[in-house]
Design a protein around this ligand. Structure first.
Ligand code: GAL
Length: 648
């Protein structure tokens, strides 16, 4: 059954980011008219304009913003307003230099860019709350303001973690809250290693420059604390907006390939998440799709693309061109994955500042650029469609920031990256046009046919119970290597691997695990696990890399054995049948996961080289959207083209 929690019943919206503070007031009405001519309906304002709203401490000027909102809304545009806390004004950083973050090596960053502030510093917190209260009080009930974006891209430019004294104290307090007693912390971290038993909370260090690595438990907790610190910062602003802006939604714009913040937690108190879609920061349309699906999954509901790449971008080291038609296809890809609005960044290319080489919908000279024409084309496409929403999927992939961080801290094999593993597994489904949702750890997979669990390294006690019942009812569980290895505090489990009940559910034990050295590595050339696994039926072999585990089936049946190297003959992949379902353990990292999945019949062979998705119309219709990401025609669809078909 296709089902969805519908959010906003209107055709998908298009819009743009606009900076009235960058342009003479006479332009505002002209720009508003051009936006409307492009078919845009929303405009996002003010995320970097703290200096204009509060030119001196406690002196506020919202007149210009009021005027801009009046002009834009008179043209029929709806307003998304932002709290401006990403750019503390010069008077604030001058009066309180301690606001600026400290990097790992102890350097205090300079003001003059953005996101230089640390969320732990009282002077910043107080000033941020004051300006938030002021802007919320002024515009909270303004009829043109439909919703709020908090701040802008927490964490952009590696700014989530700070190493100042306020953070040290904040971390120590966070630890006291998490562990309750020093004895509990010492036990959880195993501080007896290298003589690190703590007898006072204030003695606990934060990450810094050391001659050898610091405790992986302390470092994982510091990642958690730093992420929670921004969640807390965001929560304070949410509380003010809820008070002053009743009935308006609240969101925050999340980023591509971003891992320093636990987005599950950041998303929790928002009405929906927004996402800044810059495909040129990603490898290909599949990775774009993964990010979009993750955004949908964070709240299991539609999201906004709050910034859409409109053409070439300044921050890319090569600034590749964007071919004609691409921006329109990116727009439709976002909608196909559950976006209900796509807001282009930015309306007009900036004539000053750090992003002059970033494209806008208009060029520097205010004439339309390629992106403008494509936004216009996308708006015309959407006008012909009903409101569309994304149905729930039958395949879930677990995605977890703590697992990612634990592996990032100790990859063991230098090239082992959690994100790459998730992407490799996701690609199997994307290529077959099978929609995927992401699920957090501890999830209940009811409603899904297949659950993929990539490298769930940390053990969540009790999690496996729900999985067992679901498998017995007919679910297919596929767990990979490096699962169930460590306790939540990032210390090794003392139960057989995979721990946390997985061994029993999967009917297998991991006897040994090996990193697989990269092909160019020449030392001790005979010390290699091998590169091939053979199906037990003997009908095919698969190549693996990066990681290999030697398995001892207990009740599971072997599906593959290692074919060469030191692991030759050992079991690599197993299946345990349980009730109406099955639980599979994949002990090595196949170079091509798709081959494994196709050979085992876990997924049908892909039927099209085009990306396709189904969407539900608010009028009860069912639609298929087909996207050609290539510049060449594929299966009768022109290069960089989109097709919507009504299926029922
Ligand atoms: C985003 C950011 C925008 C702008 C844009 C440039 O990350 O939110 O303010 O800098 O990148 O592509």
């Amino acid at each position: 059954m296709l089902s969805v929690e519908r959010v906003i019943v209107m055709p998908p919206l298009l819009g743009c980011a606009y900076y009235p503070e960058h342009w003479p007031q006479e332009r505002w009405a002209v720009d508003a008219a051009l936006m409307r001519q492009a078919g845009l309906r929303v405009v996002r304002l003010a995320e970097f304009a703290w200096d204009r709203m509060e030119p001196q401490p406690g002196v506020y000027d919202f007149g210009w913003l009021e005027q801009a909102i009046t002009t834009l809304s008179a043209a029929g545009l709806q307003i998304v307003l932002c709290t401006p806390t990403a750019t503390p004004p010069p008077w604030l950083t001058h009066a309180h230099p301690e606001i600026c973050r400290v990097t790992l090596d102890g350097t205090r960053v300079s003001p003059g860019a953005r996101r230089q502030a640390c969320a732990s510093v009282p002077a910043y917190q107080e000033a941020a709350l004051r300006i938030t209260e002021q802007i919320a009080w002024h515009f909270g009930e303004h009829p043109a303001v439909i919703g709020w974006q908090i701040d802008n891209e927490f964490g952009v430019g590696e700014t989530t973690r700070c190493y100042c004294d306020y953070c040290r104290q904040g971390f120590q307090d966070w630890l006291a809250e998490r562990y309750g007693s020093l004895d509990a912390l010492n036990a959880a971290w195993g501080t007896q290693f290298w003589g690190m038993t703590y007898r006072d909370w204030r003695h606990i260090p934060i990450p810094g420059i050391t001659n050898e690595p610091q405790s992986p438990s302390m470092r994982l907790d510091y990642r958690r604390f730093s992420s929670d610190n921004w969640v807390r910062f965001q929560r304070q602003q949410i509380a003010l907006l809820r008070q002053y802006a009743p009935g308006r939604w609240i969101t925050h714009n999340l980023m591509i390939r971003h891992w320093s913040l636990n987005y599950w937690r950041l998303a929790q108190e928002l009405d929906f998440v927004s996402y800044d879609n810059y495909p040129h920061g990603l490898s290909d349309p599949c990775e774009v799709a993964l990010n979009l699906d993750l955004m949908w999954s964070l709240k299991r509901r539609s999201f906004w693309v709050m910034e859409q790449q409109p053409g070439p971008v300044n921050w890319h080291p090569q600034r590749p061109p964007v071919p004609p038609g691409q921006v329109r296809v990116w727009t439709h890809q976002a909608i196909a994955h559950g976006a209900e609005a796509v807001v282009y960044f930015r309306f007009r290319a900036g004539r000053f500042g750090q992003e002059q080489y970033h494209t806008g919908l208009l060029k520097w000279d205010a004439t339309p650029d390629q992106g403008y024409r494509e936004a216009q084309a996308a708006a015309a496409d959407l006008a012909r469609l009903p409101d569309l929403a994304r149905p729930a999927s039958r395949v879930g992939i677990v995605f977890d920031y703590d697992d990612l961080w634990s592996i990032e801290l100790e990859p063991v094999q230098r090239d082992f990256r959690y994100w790459d593993l998730v992407l490799a597994l996701y690609r199997v489904f994307w290529e077959a046009n099978v929609p995927v949702d992401f699920l957090p750890r501890g999830c209940d997979p009811s409603g899904y046919d297949t659950l993929i669990v990539p490298a769930a390294i940390l053990i969540h006690p009790g999690e496996v119970d729900a999985w067992r019942e679901w498998v017995a009812r007919g679910g297919r569980l596929i767990v990979t290597f490096r699962s169930g290895v460590r306790e939540l505090s990032n210390i090794a489990t003392d139960s057989p691997l995979p721990g946390g009940g997985l061994s029993d559910l999967l009917g297998v034990r991991v006897q040994d695990f090996c990193a697989v050295p990269a092909p160019g590595f020449t030392e001790w050339p005979e010390h290699r696990p091998g590169t091939q696994v053979q199906s037990v039926k003997g009908d095919h072999t698969l190549t693996y890399h990066l990681w290999a585990e030697a398995l001892s089936p207990i009740t599971a049946e072997p599906l593959y054995r290692y074919g060469d190297g030191l692991l030759a003959g050992q079991v690599a992949i197993t299946r345990q049948r349980l009730g109406a379902g099955e639980a599979i353990y994949v002990g090595c990292w196949p170079v091509n996961f798709g081959e494994l999945f196709h050979r085992q019949g876990w997924i049908a062979q892909k039927s099209s080289r085009l990306e396709q998705a189904q969407l539900l119309g608010g009028d009860g219709t069912l639609w298929r959207v087909t996207l050609n990401h290539s510049l060449q025609p594929v299966e009768g669809l022109a290069g960089l083209e989109v097709r919507y078909e009504r299926l029922s």
